[in-house]
Design a binder for this molecule. Structure first.
Ligand SMILES: CC(C)(COP(=O)(O)OP(=O)(O)OC[C@H]1O[C@@H](n2cnc3c(N)ncnc32)[C@H](O)[C@@H]1OP(=O)(O)O)[C@@H](O)C(=O)NCCC(=O)NCCS
Length: 284
């Protein structure tokens, strides 16, 4: 993949996830200008920092598929795998995954946050990854359930080194340059006291984007803060990538009276999902 492929790859991403949403009986997310700007920034960021993990499939001059993978310390992650709906089920996704997995050479651990597409799940499960079921939680939060949160403060660029230290302790790998991008795009919160350390990002469309903490109580406080943030915006909240290690978060979701439903699984190779952690689909 090169910079010239970004617009085509973003188009494939929009088409593939729109089609998946329709097949799953959901309404595709509206593709606003800010969604496109954010998607292009994600592609360019990964192309810059992980050029050897970025691949496109082309037919003539047209992009028909894209894979973006990243490596942070010993951890490899698949940020994106999409194939144009008109080209799906013809082996392109499998080949793109194989290319992106070449970039995992030398990494001890690897993670993929899967969609519910059976082809994606099959490709990951048959590439040496273990499947861990997940749910997601959505809805308008019950404001009355939100507790006082004296430990939480707003984060900022000065917290990036701190956040990397939390990452290393919680998931064994820093996010490095991803924090710089996330700090510029998202609202962040931090807890750093004698009881625990952690950080969280929340997006202005109501998505809890990424959360990492030393312990369940700190993670719980950060998650409630994100929920409060979204409630203040009068938006529904979305919390994704909850697996069986994250009962603390599932409890918060039910207390906030969100709807919890099955979602695509997370796949791990050489490791298991961190506990006080909610992964980012893009930066894992
Ligand atoms: C998921 C996706 C990337 C797969 O790419 P693809 O080119 O359509 O898939 P492939 O043709 O390479 O098939 C992958 C595997 O699924 C199998 N498969 C094909 N159709 C299938 C079906 N209907 N049900 C189950 N498995 C199927 C293939 O046989 C192949 O397995 P194999 O190599 O062991 O034979 C693509 O379908 C897509 O973009 N889906 C929507 C977006 C998405 O969910 N992306 C994944 C995000 S994690």
């Amino acid at each position: 993949m090169t910079d010239d492929d970004v617009d085509g790859a973003v188009r494939v991403q929009v088409e593939a996830f729109g089609d998946l949403a329709r097949r799953e009986g959901e309404t595709p997310h509206p593709i606003t200008d800010s969604v496109l700007v954010r998607s292009r920034a994600r592609h360019r960021h990964l192309l810059k920092h992980d050029p050897d993990g970025a691949y496109v499939a082309v037919e003539g001059d047209t992009a028909v598929g894209c894979a973006l993978a990243l490596r942070r310390n010993d951890l490899w992650g698949l940020s994106l795998l999409v194939v144009d709906p008109a080209t799906q089920s013809a082996g392109v996704g499998r080949r793109l995954l194989g290319a992106a997995l070449g970039y995992a050479a030398g990494c001890d651990r690897a993670v993929i946050l899967s969609s519910g597409d059976p082809r994606a799940m099959r490709a990951y499960a048959t590439s040496g990854f273990a499947l861990h079921p997940q749910v997601h939680a959505t809805g308008a939060p019950d404001r009355g359930a939100i507790p006082a949160l004296p430990r939480v403060r707003v984060g900022g660029v000065d917290d990036i080194e701190f956040a990397d230290r939390v990452d290393v302790a919680v998931r064994g790998a820093a996010h490095g340059p991803d924090h710089e991008l996330m700090m510029s795009q998202l609202t962040s919160y931090v807890v750093d006291d004698t009881a625990g350390q952690g950080y969280a990002y929340v997006r202005d469309d109501g998505h809890v984007y990424l959360l990492a903490a030393s312990d369940d109580d700190t993670a719980t406080a950060l998650l409630w803060q994100c929920i409060r943030d979204v409630a203040d915006l009068d938006l529904p909240v979305t919390i994704e990538h909850l697996n069986d290690g994250q009962q603390w978060a599932i409890e918060v979701a039910y207390r906030a009276r969100l709807t919890v439903q099955p979602a695509g699984p997370v796949f791990w190779r050489g490791g298991t999902p961190p506990r006080a952690y909610l992964a980012s689909g893009a930066y894992l």
